[in-house]
Design a protein around this ligand. Structure first.
Ligand code: PLP
Length: 371
């Protein structure tokens, strides 16, 4: 059997995630594995909680990571907060918000969807009207829509949700770490993210945070959370119980990676990290324009860490991506759903968000597209 591991390429990850991993995070992940009930491991978990609160800019006690990818954060938030028959509104302008609706629907939420064109931000006035039309218990939406490259105005929708007394759920899988997020000030009751994008760790973890009010809703549920693995009341006994209660065999080396990745963000300074993402994005937009390529999304609704490029007429989407990967060892993403074949998705996330990476990519695109 050939040893595939020994011949793996080092690929510059410029798709929708995972992003490139720094040497420091790889080194952290290679530290000796500890047991999931080891006192030193508990100290590391405490450190993750502390750093997550800083990076997420929240005071929420219930701030932990789920031991699975971003989708598990989505499932965790929904399975804990949605009870059968509860009126819920999901604001949809992309693939991942549609997935939120799919997950909430499976849990029996009495679901309404307000939909906006993919590639455009949500219309706040329309959402305000919809929220006023019914007493919604829950409202959900995506901050950074990875499928389209749109940054949604969650601060404004959060204020509307607060006014209506609804629990506000936010998908920050792509946005966390790359743009400023203020869950407490913006009235967010539950937020989930991932490890593999702007945080700069491999995929496999999903940081989540729940407001005290959201935790009270979970404790007051009529029926138990229908999923043991994602039950926040059980998870909190593992993360901060006294004594700690076994819940699952936490993937220690993944947690080391997250611990280090968060420490690197705090060392650089979250504001500077956001600024680095913004600068890399602006530089990419300007460099692309020089070779006649344009972004799908209008200013000021562009997501800095995920840039959607309109594929020029006559250009073979898949052939370009194949050549980037084989000849230049660069990964970019394809379009999802109705945008498949129409856009490329270029990630400038975490450690990848640097001008020098933009130069490498645009240099390769120039040669492939002969521009
Ligand atoms: C906005 C958004 N939500 C949810 C997910 C699902 O996360 P994962 O693929 O880590 O399970 C993604 C993945 O890219 C995403 O971009």
């Amino acid at each position: 059997m050939p040893d595939v591991l020994s011949s793996l390429d080092t690929v510059l990850l410029m798709g929708p995630g995972p992003s490139t991993i720094s040497a420091e995070v790889y080194a952290a992940m290679a530290k000796p594995t500890l047991g999931h009930m080891d006192p030193q491991f508990f100290s590391l978990m405490d450190g993750i909680q502390e750093s997550l609160r800083k990076v997420m800019e929240t005071a929420n006690a219930a701030t932990i990571t789920i031991s699975a990818t971003g989708s598990s954060g989505m499932e965790t938030v929904m399975v804990n907060l949605v009870e059968e028959g509860e009126p819920m509104l999901i604001v949809v302008n992309g693939y991942f918000a549609a997935r939120m609706a799919e997950v909430a629907g499976r849990l029996g939420a009495a679901l309404d969807i307000i939909e906006f064109p993919y590639g455009k931000p949500v219309d706040v006035d329309e959402v305000a009207k919809k929220i006023k039309s019914k007493a919604y218990t829950l409202i959900g939406m995506v901050h950074g829509e990875t499928s389209t490259g749109v940054l949604n105005p969650i601060d404004k929708i959060g204020a509307l949700a607060k006014e209506a007394g609804a629990y506000f759920i936010v998908d920050a899988v792509t946005s966390l770490g790359g743009v400023r997020l203020l869950p407490d000030a913006w009235g967010i009751d539950a937020l989930y993210s991932c490890s593999q994008k702007c945080i700069g760790c491999p995929s496999g973890l999903s940081p989540v945070t729940f407001s005290d009010r959201a935790m009270q809703k979970i404790f007051a549920r009529k029926k138990k959370v229908p999923n043991f693995y994602l039950d926040m009341s059980l998870l909190m006994k593992y993360w901060s119980g006294s004594p700690r209660a076994y819940h699952h065999t936490a993937p220690a080396n993944m947690y080391y990676g997250l611990y280090k990745a968060l420490a690197l963000i705090l060392e650089e300074g979250p504001e500077k990290v956001h600024e680095r993402h913004a600068q890399a994005h602006q530089y990419l937009a300007a460099e692309l324009e020089k070779i006649g390529l344009f972004l799908l999304v209008d200013e000021p609704h562009r997501l800095p860490m995920l840039n959607t490029i309109v594929i020029p007429a006559g250009v073979d989407d898949a052939a370009v991506r194949r050549e980037l990967r084989s000849a230049y060892k660069i990964e970019i993403g394809s379009g999802l759903g109705s945008l498949a074949g129409k856009i490329w998705r270029i990630g400038l996330m975490g450690y990848t968000a640097k001008k020098e990476n933009v130069d490498i990519l645009t240099g390769a695109l120039k040669k492939i597209l002969k521009r």
